[in-house]
Design a protein around this ligand. Sequence first.
Ligand code: 13P
Length: 343
Amino acid sequence: MDRDRLASLAAALGARKGGARQGLLAADESPGTIGKRFEAAGVACTPESRRAYREILLRSEALGAQISGVILHDETIRQTAADGESFVAAIARAGAIPGVKVDRGVTPLPGFPGESATEGLDGLAARLAEYRAMGARFAKWRAVIDVGMGAPSDHCLNANAQALARYAAHCHAADLVPIVEPEVLMDGDHDLAHCYAVSKRTLNRVFAELHEARVFLEGVVLKPNMVVPGLKNPRSAQPEETARATLRLLRTCVPVAVPTIAFLSGGQGEVEASANLDAINRLGPLPWAVTFSFGRALQESAQKTWAGKAENAAQAQRVFAHRARMNALAAAGRWEAAFETRA
Ligand code: 13P
């Protein structure tokens, strides 16, 4: 393990660039998940349509400009652009860092209805070595925390936090930066205070387990949810309210040794996610780089614009680059709603 290299990589994923701050593109949706989004856009989901769509994103001008790193799926890290260049090589050539999702998805926790644990520790060391040899420099593991009647249980939080910590330690042993993602879901009708309370329990468990597993925090990127009300709660929160609660959470739970915090978007709208990220950064200066690692909130409009047609690819690329610019400004607290109309 080269600690200096891990620390500088974890910092580079949230580096300032120009008057903005870089962040990550999460393009690691499983075929099943992206299939649902393609279906909504009327696009058949095949290895080739997934490849063609990912080429639009990975050959965007935003890579290396606003996008510091890309999280790939196992399928994509093995694919190439139409001209034969591997996606890993295309990302690196653009000045961005390739990474890969290494968990194997969630499985229900018996006896705990609605709760799950993320699997994928079996054989992980060998898979990490393979990905590193393929050019990946960081990895991602997502734990899913459901909010419901009696959920999350301590059992669920312990199981997920321990798996995240064991994964993170394996990443460091393989010279990869782990993105540690404990996602408290937005599904449900809970309010903002409830999201805060569950997120606090979650992050406290995660950092306790990282400590127990002797994980080098300077070489970690945390990927948390923002503190927001559930999607079915009748009362939505303004960006300032979300920002204050989220920052209180981070200050309470996240050691300043962690260089970079990169939020998931989790079902927020594209502009909503940018406005919230901006509001958080406007409360700075902050002791961590606070940026984005969005999936849906970076891709939604681009995917709809593409709609499976090659002739829409260039316009989809422009739409994607716009979202990347908006989020890079938000990660520096310099986004304004008026910029949205000047695409
Ligand atoms: P969303 O931003 O769409 O939540 O995706 C981020 C991610 O990587 C989930 O694992």
